[in-house]
Design a protein around this ligand. Structure first.
Ligand SMILES: [Zn+2]
Length: 245
């Protein structure tokens, strides 16, 4: 019987550091309402020359659909920015799984973001000049080198890194826990969404195209129905492929 190859042991050239025991806080400025309720986690005490602005840890409540916080998040990602976020995250996961059906689906969504934006009801569209800048950015990141379905390792890191360029790693005094913590400060919600996604605290469900906070590292869908829906789509696509030949 073939035996499974054993995992390579860590060599002396690598240092193993235990993973930081609490999630890395992603900080955003507290809203005036949060400040009024004194609902914040500390102050932006890492900027000596700026006023001590209250900050809040970005988390699940910012994703709750229909909430004021969620509306503010969507506003920070107008028009196709939202779809670009969803598609880039789906592509990352699909590429890691080596799932060609999902890689194709994510790429199609990604390239569709270059079309003029259709803002969902109640959400802002980008001004045309902003959309044009976004299209040229996508073309720049994604068509170089000559684009193919396999170029995610070349194109995805710079494209996603660009979206969170304004994030800063800081040392922060957390007033609730009375501890100094490393934190990532994000000046806007869009940056916070990308940082969260890159830290894998947030994923884009391939079944319903919504962001969600996974309970486990290997959770791919936000709910079981979405996994079922994706299975059906995949089966249909396979049948269509067969018919075409
Ligand atoms: Zn879903």
């Amino acid at each position: 019987m073939p035996t499974r190859p054993r995992k390579k042991s860590v060599t002396s050239s690598q240092t193993v550091t235990p993973r930081y025991s609490t999630p890395l806080p992603v900080l955003v400025k507290a809203t005036p309402e949060q400040i009024k309720r004194r609902d914040f986690d500390g102050l932006a005490n890492f900027d000596q020359r700026k006023p001590l602005q209250p900050v809040r840890m970005f988390g699940a409540e910012y994703l709750r659909e229909g909430s004021e916080l969620n509306k503010a998040v969507r506003k920070s990602m107008p028009g196709q920015n939202w779809n670009l976020f969803i598609a880039s995250n789906q592509l990352r996961d699909a590429h890691e799984k080596g799932d060609s059906y999902e890689i194709d689906a994510a790429n199609q969504k990604l390239f569709a973001t270059m079309l003029p934006p259709k803002a969902p009801k109640g959400f802002p569209a980008n001004p045309p000049e902003e959309h044009a800048a976004m299209v040229s950015r996508i073309a720049g990141f994604w068509s170089h080198p000559t684009w193919s379905a396999k170029t995610a390792p070349v194109n995805l890191p710079p494209a996603m890194a660009h979206e969170m360029e304004s994030a800063r790693l800081v040392l922060w005094w957390n007033n609730r826990r009375k501890r100094f913590l490393p934190a990532i400060f994000c000046p806007d919600y869009k940056t916070a969404m990308y940082v969260h996604a890159v830290l894998r605290d947030l994923r884009a469900c391939p079944g319903c195209d919504k962001p969600f906070i996974p309970d486990r590292l290997d959770q791919q869908y936000c709910k079981p129905q979405c996994s079922g829906r994706q299975r059906t789509r995949r089966r249909r696509a396979k049948l269509r492929g067969k018919k075409a030949h």
